[in-house]
Every structure is written in C-alpha cells, then in structure tokens.
Design a protein around this ligand. Sequence first.
Ligand SMILES: Cc1cc2nc3c(=O)[nH]c(=O)nc-3n(C[C@H](O)[C@H](O)[C@H](O)COP(=O)(O)OP(=O)(O)OC[C@H]3O[C@@H](n4cnc5c(N)ncnc54)[C@H](O)[C@@H]3O)c2cc1C
Length: 431
Amino acid sequence: MAPIVTPVQTHADVPQKTTVAIIGGGIVGLSAALTLAERGVPVVVFEKGRVVAEQSSRNLGWIRKTNRSPQDAPLAIEADKLWAEMAQRTGSNVGYQQNGILFLADTEELVAANRKWLEAVKDLNIDSRLLSSDEVARLVPGSSRSWQGGLYTASDGYAEPTLAASAIARAAIEKGAIVVENCAVRTLATSGGKVSGVVTERGEIACEHVILAGGLWSRKFLGNLNISLPSLPIIGSVLRTAPMEGPTDIAVAGPDFSFRKRKDGGYTITQRAAMSAPLMPDHARIGLKYVPTLRANWRNLRPSLGRDFFSDYALTRKWKDGRISPFERTRTMDPMANPALIQEAMDNLIAAWPAFKTAEIAETWGGAIDVTPDSLPVMGSVPNWEGLTLATGYSGHGFGTGPAAGQLAADLATGAVPLVDPAPYDIRRFG
Ligand SMILES: Cc1cc2nc3c(=O)[nH]c(=O)nc-3n(C[C@H](O)[C@H](O)[C@H](O)COP(=O)(O)OP(=O)(O)OC[C@H]3O[C@@H](n4cnc5c(N)ncnc54)[C@H](O)[C@@H]3O)c2cc1C
C-alpha cells in the first residue's frame, strides 16, 4: 500500500503558456517550482499522476551528509539550511528533526571505510565523527550486539516524506505556481533549435525553459528524444510500526537494517542491505555501465525475472506527439513491498535491538528508485537541447537534497548563480 500524502489542491486548467515548465511533481520538481514562484517567475508543474505519489512519499526520510559522495556533499550542506527554514517557508510542520544519524560498523573494514570517508570530506567542515564501541553503546543503549564503532553526524536528521513535498507544493501554489495533475508530458516542442514548449496529453503549452524532474521516468522521456540517460530501477521495501517506545530518536543504519523515529510516534524500518532488482530490458542495454558499482554491491541486490520485464518490454520506447505515451499508461509506479525483505528487516533489527520485539507493523510499501551508474544525480543542460535542464537520477538519496536540488535546477534553467557547482552532475560524464 502507498503511504498517504497530505492533500494538495492542484489546478484543473492548463494555461496556454508559461516561462518554465517542470515535468514531474516529486520533491525536486516541486522545490524548483517553489523557488521560481518566490522569484516571481511564471512556472507550471506537470504531473502524470498525483503529486508526490512516487519516490518522494515512499522514502525513509533521511536527510544526511554522512557517507555521501564528497561530490554530492555540498548540495546536502545547502539542503540542511533549506530544511531548517522549511516550516517557516511553507507554513507547515514537515517533521524536520535534526536528531543526528549514526552508521554502525560491525567489522574493521567498515570502520576503515568510515575513516576513509571522513578523510575525503575533511575540507567540507561536516561535523561527522567516528565513535568507539563504548560511545555507540552510550548513544543508543539497549543493543544486544557489540559494535566495532560508528560514524555519527549530529547535524543530520530526517523529515516526513508524506508531509514535506506536499507542503512544498502547497507553498508553491500559494506563491503563484500552477500545478496540474493527471497531465503527462509526452515530449518537447522545439523551434529554431531551442525548446519552445511541452507537448502534454492536453495539448501543447509554450514555454522558454523546461526542467525534467521525472524521477525514474526520465530515461524513457529522454530516450524518445534520442538522449541516453543511464538509469536503472531497484525496489526498496519499507515498513512503519505503530507508535512505540524505542531506543533512540537518532536515525540508525545497521549493516542489515535501519530505523528512524517518526513524527507519529512509530518507526520507519527497512532491510538496508537488500533491494529487489527486477530485471528489465534496460539491464541488457546499459547493464555494463554498472559493473564497477556492482562489484562492491551485488550482494545487496535480489534480482528477479518476471512480470516487470514483460510489462516494461510492452511499453513503447518511441512515440509521436499525438500518441499515448508510457507516462499515461502508468500514472503511478506502485511496486509491492517484498514480504521476505520486510521479515528480514524486522528479524535483523530485533536481533540487534530487542526493544523492537513488541513492534507492531502498521503498514508496508515498496518504492522504485532511479539509480545512475555512479549513484550521482544528473543535473544541468543537454548538448544540442537549448532550454532543457535535467534534474533527475537521485539514486536513492534525493529526498534529503531535494529542496537544494530543486533550487539548483531553477538556477540552472533561468541562468541565475547556481547554488553549488553543478559540474559533478553533468550528463556528459557518461560519454
Ligand atoms: C524506498 C525508498 C527509500 C528512500 N530513502 C531515502 C532517504 O532516506 N533519504 C533520501 O534522501 N532519499 C531517499 N530515497 C530517494 C528519494 O525518495 C528520491 O531520490 C527523491 O524522492 C527523488 O525525487 P524526484 O522528485 O526526483 O522523483 P519522484 O518523487 O519520483 O518524482 C518524479 C515525478 O515525475 C512524474 N513524471 C515522470 N515523468 C513524467 C511525465 N512525462 N509527465 C508528467 N509527470 C511525470 C512522476 O509521476 C513522479 O511523480 C528513497 C527512495 C525510496 C523509493
């Protein structure tokens, strides 16, 4: 079952023209819309289904710099500032808590990896620090296991995915953005070698700039334009408990579980060492690009070949403006949670923190994640496509950076000074 998002009163009518058209009503597209509306730039968000119904409401809610790629950390640092003012900016409590994040280490190799990461980000002034075994036990009491140590960042935290992006949407609308649901963008219109509009299922809308924030659909959208964006889906399985007493309000990542306190008093839990990987035709097309990452992480994937392969195969890869696109055929990607992974998450967590023995599972859900070969997002312009800005491929960690990623996308689309250096995110890195 999909988590229930707080409602957003969106617009029924589609305008004939705007300045910036945004494809995708997830946290990135909506944050870009809020930024632009605050700057007085006319903006319309097109969402093929309901806003915030895919990744942005199904994630764990972690907002972290810990263990983030040093190239992506500057965006996360900027995001922290935006989260801190989010309640005031949106007029809604989005559940943001700077309660700290702890990554546990159960082997010497993990302690060494944590030390290596600290060394790599030492110039960024992040408050992360290594904890000894005793310090871990003091910080999060009640574990039945003895940990080698941990990596702790007090300034990290979390927010509630079912509250945050919808609050951003409501604030954007209040400030003048137009948000239209059930309106897929099929393709782009061009004129004089430049993007001149979006072709939607309700007709063409003229615009000067387009931001593509389509999550895991961006690869298909760009493929139809002969632009290759390497991105493959994996499915996370998540559960929430009923309200309960727990060991800590710090978000804790163990080797094969993670948990964090929710605003409703429960915990959000996952088996962090395992994701479902339904094999798709795209695995054959671009799988080789993932070999370097897979060498380190293949144990974390549970591949399967089944219905998903054939339903993806059946989706059109090329379509013309007037034809129904794959985006209208799947309004919301709603994968099932994998019951085996839900069970493993609980078993592993109870083995580590017996306090969870009494936890009552209130809900489970699945979420499909768009992963690029280097797990970094793709942001910026596309060669030979003037007027198109990409903001996609957040690879399982784009909720935390979402507000900053949206702002950066708005900057890049309109030629404003970029929030951070976008160079690491350039699509040309894939060749
Ligand atoms: C199980 C799980 C756990 C995660 N945990 C974390 C975490 O703890 N911390 C963290 O930082 N991140 C986490 N993430 C990742 C995070 O959720 C995503 O990186 C982030 O939400 C991406 O936002 P987005 O706006 O790019 O994409 P999405 O939220 O997927 O939004 C894209 C939207 O675009 C729409 N769309 C696509 N194509 C079209 C089209 N042609 N026309 C109109 N609309 C279109 C889609 O319908 C969708 O609503 C997790 C993800 C999952 C699934």
